[in-house]
Design a protein around this ligand. Sequence first.
Ligand code: GLU
Ligand code: MG
Length: 454
Amino acid sequence: MAQVESRARATSDPDARREALKRLQDENVDFLLLWFTDIEGHLKSFAVTPSEVEEALNDGMGFDGSSITGFNAIEESDMVAIPDPSTFQLMPAREGEMKMARMICDIVTPDGKPYEGDPRYVLRRALERMRALGFDTFNVGPELEYFLFENDKGTETLDEGGYFAMTTLDAASGLRQETVHALESMGIPIEYVHHEVGPSQHEIDMRFAPALEMADHTVTYRLIVKEIAKKAGYHATFMPKPIFGENGSGMHTHQSLFSDGRNAFFDGDDRWHLSAAGKAFIAGQLRHAREIAGIFAQWVNSYKRLVPGYEAPVYVAWSQRNRSALIRIPLYKPGSEQATRAEIRCPDPACNPYLTFAALLHAGLEGIEQGYELPEPMETNLYHLTPEQRRERGIVSLPETLGEAIDALAESELARKALGPHIFDRYIELKRKEWDEYRVQLTGWELERYLSVL
Ligand code: GLU
Ligand code: MG
């Protein structure tokens, strides 16, 4: 693979770089994997030998961007991946295999400029906007849910366990433990681990971290969960709604802004213990949720999850208790100022985490910048309100289909600003195509319902 020449574009932090090179040698690593994602969040990886790594850190490694979904077309396809040494981690050891490590890359153009089609750059830009508004950290804690199936050909479950199910019903608890070990060995601290509501559905929760680090953790998490399941002969999936009539898989995301080590969402004198910034941030996410739904719920299947009755949000409202609301503010406990946070419940775990965290942050910051007012909370079960009651209370719904979500996204100034025009145009084109392909399909439901009677 060709290397590019100029040294001017080296982005490495010297300490992280020294440390990564040292570990590479001390651990006798055979191959270094270089990772990045396409615009849908699929992990892309290529391997280099240790002898190439110093050059890669200096100048990056060239690759053909035209084969990556959402990257440049063939005529301007030379791209360069520059590994970020602070993301160096050893891959979990597999018996009989070579020793591998990984670093996550930023993508630049051959003349050294950040590539606008790189999802990691989209998140970096969102964080810049945050800093310009006086905050220094966007902390996020996503709760990724997933199903384990016998294989990838169908949805045969491994157990009939439910929420917090224990022992015999929960055949996969050993597998979860192994997954937790592997994640922790890759520098991802884990807080909660449990069986979820659906049969064969699980959740492993990572400790919150700053958004860029957490997006890196999230793509790593998905790979590790899948690899460990596969090693045991099973298939793990983050598909948002794999089984009709059961809960889908969400990625509830806890969020807070910090400045100078203090939680900027907390105000002890407020009736909800929320600061003006916290309230405006939540108001921003509520106001813009419909427009950015196509980012945090990006697949046709995502909208099969966002339906009433399965603990997934449908209506745009916030609450302190109610899990049918789009945003929940976990109740304040005395002494836990630093834990004040907004849990947004609509994203699903098959999103691109870089784009999702960026879009969520932009929506919240828009609220702060424009001084949006937070509506009253809705403490009733929103699934039980009639359409008239919702209209009276001014509660709107999330899009019902990917098609509706893409129409809203295409009209959104905020999304265009968040994604940048390059990704925005490609993303809409790609997702429209997906929707168009789906909407002309004939389903078993239609044949069963109509064929004999029409
Ligand atoms: N699985 C539900 C969802 O789709 C969430 C269940 C829970 O409260 O953790 O969002
Ligand atoms: Mg859950």
